[in-house]
Design a protein around this ligand. Sequence first.
Ligand SMILES: Nc1ncnc2c1ncn2[C@@H]1O[C@H](COP(=O)(O)OP(=O)(O)OP(=O)(O)O)[C@@H](O)[C@H]1O
Ligand SMILES: [Mg+2]
Length: 285
Amino acid sequence: MSLSERIKRLAGLTDEPGRPRARVLAVAAQKGGVGKTTTAVNLSVALARFANQRTLLVDLDGQGHVATSLASVYEDGSPVSMSDVLLGHGRDLLEIIHPTRIDLLSVTPSDKGLASAEGVLAGRIGKEFLLRGALRKARERFDVIVLDCPPNLGNLTLNALMASDACLVPCDMSILAMAGVADLLAVVDTLRDRLDHQVQVLGILPTRVDRRNARVTDAVLEGLAETYGELVLSTHIPVSSALARAQMEGIPVFDYDASATGSVAYRALSEEVLTRLGVGAALPS
Ligand SMILES: Nc1ncnc2c1ncn2[C@@H]1O[C@H](COP(=O)(O)OP(=O)(O)OP(=O)(O)O)[C@@H](O)[C@H]1O
Ligand SMILES: [Mg+2]
């Protein structure tokens, strides 16, 4: 038995057949500001609202932007925080699930302690498996769990990838974001080779696609297509002021303006994600 199998067994992480299991999807990118949170939030809302998926959105970024983005639909839950769960203070992730006013959507918020959790986790044995263990019970209660990652490839992102079946990588129209995609995919390869954990790269999501800046946009889209081929999603997220405005108001973009280009794109993304996850193609309209 490999070392990683032994660690998993000791931590009680081996899968038990017959149990219902949510698909876990990490929204991760090394570069900041590429639309990870906007994607995690609006994708989660679309999965719950348009596809009837019981969805849990987990904020793994100490900036707490998921709670800000959904402030108006958020309902208070327990004061236990994500860092209590990850740092093993005897807390279960189920304790920090907040319901929202959107049917079928729940959220686990982050806390400022998550930033220092990065450093504390560094010294823990089996540190990459903590979130995976914490999500075990939640996987029985939801259909899809979406993880919003911080903008780096540190321990929290590693935990997210180790807890995930698949990852979705937003990439804005910049060379820096493209370089970040390569770094993230190298980490996915390392997890497969060293920790025997296979994360499906669900796709690279072009974000902030700006037709008014055609030269740069075309160059980045061509570069992504040449390097990653079918891994690039056919859904593109355009620059859409409705996305930023909805975030400021603490509501999903669909409630701000259902016909905005950002709304249409995120609804299409939810369909493509479900198809790529193999969950189901046709969504109720
Ligand atoms: N397609 C878009 N069109 C216009 N504005 C956008 C778009 N996507 C994101 N934004 C805005 O850009 C800012 C950054 O987006 P977001 O918070 O989703 O990025 P992030 O990758 O999660 O950032 P961080 O790395 O800090 O976590 C936000 O103000 C958001 O409203
Ligand atoms: Mg974010």
